[in-house]
Design a protein. Structure first.
Length: 401
């Protein structure tokens, strides 16, 4: 949004956010931070990032548009401004990505007053970390194929099943969980829960080690775990509908409760800096016309992503509710992957040096980013599935066989 379109209150908030971020940059981390929240593995990383999120929350940069009765700032149209300024400032990302971008928006739409007051403040402050319990060994992109079962027993639900690829599960206190509550209906047999997992009886969290050496992913096993009915979000059998609200936010269709970390612009700045520092035949790689053209193509994509983000916020320009979020998910994840691939290409043979090698360009960022980029093309439904949905449900093409 251009500054001339901001209200007086929004302009004042924008200046406040810029000033606060400039004056309150966090100290250097005591350990190397991962590229994104879903790779946070160590307690030291968690503690540092939780402290930063807490500071941003106390400053009013997180939950800015959330009503004050639920722990938010009660403003209007200011969260996006805060997100933009946090990204521009180059400060660390916010660790509670599932809580901020998925749990809080979903609870605001589908939660009871009691649930909103109980769960939202801790998610905004980062005190209570959330994870997502959607994927299963047999239910990844086919989310309706959930087999984790929740059986009613008095005022409780007894849960048994197996979730996988659970980012931040090893640090999470709560999980947004989809479980099957009926075998008679595929979609209407799903129910959505706000499930305690951190130290909760019957819940076992096991880390999964990725090829990068990081262990932000986990598998979560439920063995007669008890969830009170007060943890059910919306009606029994409405889990698919509630999950669509969650996925709309996960895929970038709506404003989250907070952001932080880098954006497409800062990713390109890093790529350009690498090209200037890398040599090709005794001259900087940035002077190579093929390299310059490849970076320019990325700049075009980045601008397209930015403009589509603006378009998504104008109801009159959104002719189909799912087109832009699905498109942004596919294009954004592939932009990140191509950016990392270009970084490896520009670094050349030095890109084989990994993050513990002192001679590695940018401390080994580029091979790490490239390997991690595949998670982005798989998460929230694989890009292949997203293209099928775009073709069939948005463009009206014949269903693929």
């Amino acid at each position: 949004m251009a500054e001339r379109q901001l209200t007086k209150e929004q302009l004042e908030f924008q200046q406040y956010a810029r000033t606060w971020l400039a004056e309150n940059a966090p100290p250097p981390p005591p350990v190397r931070l991962p590229i994104s929240p879903i790779e946070v593995s160590s307690v030291a990383q968690r503690d540092y990032l939780q402290e930063w999120q807490s500071a941003c929350y106390e400053a009013g940069l997180i939950g800015t548009d959330v009503p004050t009765e639920y722990g938010g700032g009660g403003r209007e149209g200011c969260q996006r401004i805060a997100n933009t300024e946090m990204s521009r400032s180059g400060t660390p990302f916010l660790i509670n990505v599932v809580g901020l971008s998925m749990a809080v928006p979903t609870i605001l739409v589908h939660g009871t007053e009691e649930q909103k007051r109980q769960f939202i403040p801790g998610a905004l402050s980062g005190e209570e970390i959330w994870c997502q319990g959607f994927s299963e060994p047999g239910a990844g992109s086919d989310m309706a194929n959930q087999q984790t079962f929740a059986e009613p027993r008095g005022d409780d639900w007894i849960v048994n099943g197996h979730k996988v690829w659970t980012s931040l599960g090893h640090f999470a206190k709560w999980m947004i969980l989809i479980a099957r509550t009926s075998h008679e209906h595929k979609y209407d047999g799903l129910t959505y829960f706000l499930c305690p997992i951190g130290g909760h009886p019957g819940v076992t969290v096991r880390p999964l080690i990725k090829m990068t050496g990081e262990s932000g992913f986990n598998e979560v096993l439920f063995e007669d775990a008890v969830i009170p009915d007060s943890g059910r979000l919306d009606a029994i059998g409405k889990g698919w509908t509630v999950a669509m609200t969650t996925l709309t936010h996960e895929r970038g269709a709506a404003e989250g409760a907070g952001s932080g970390g880098g954006d497409a612009g800062s990713a390109l700045d890093s790529l350009i800096d690498l090209a200037r520092k890398s040599q090709r035949g005794g001259v900087p790689a940035s002077d190579d016309p093929v390299t310059r053209d490849a970076i320019m193509q990325q700049m075009i994509v980045a601008e397209g992503l930015r403009q589509n983000g603006r378009r998504a916020r104008v109801p009159a320009l959104v002719e189909h509710p799912m087109r832009l979020p699905l498109q942004q998910k596919v294009s954004g994840s592939e932009f990140s992957q191509e950016n990392a691939r270009l970084g490896i290409q520009i670094a050349g043979a030095r890109s084989t040096l990994y993050k513990l090698d002192p001679a590695a360009p940018d401390a080994g960022h580029w091979p790490l980013a490239y390997m991690n980029s595949y998670g982005g093309t798989i998460a929230a439904g694989t890009n292949e599935i997203q293209r099928n949905i775009l073709g069939e449900r948005v463009l009206g093409l014949a269903k693929s066989k």
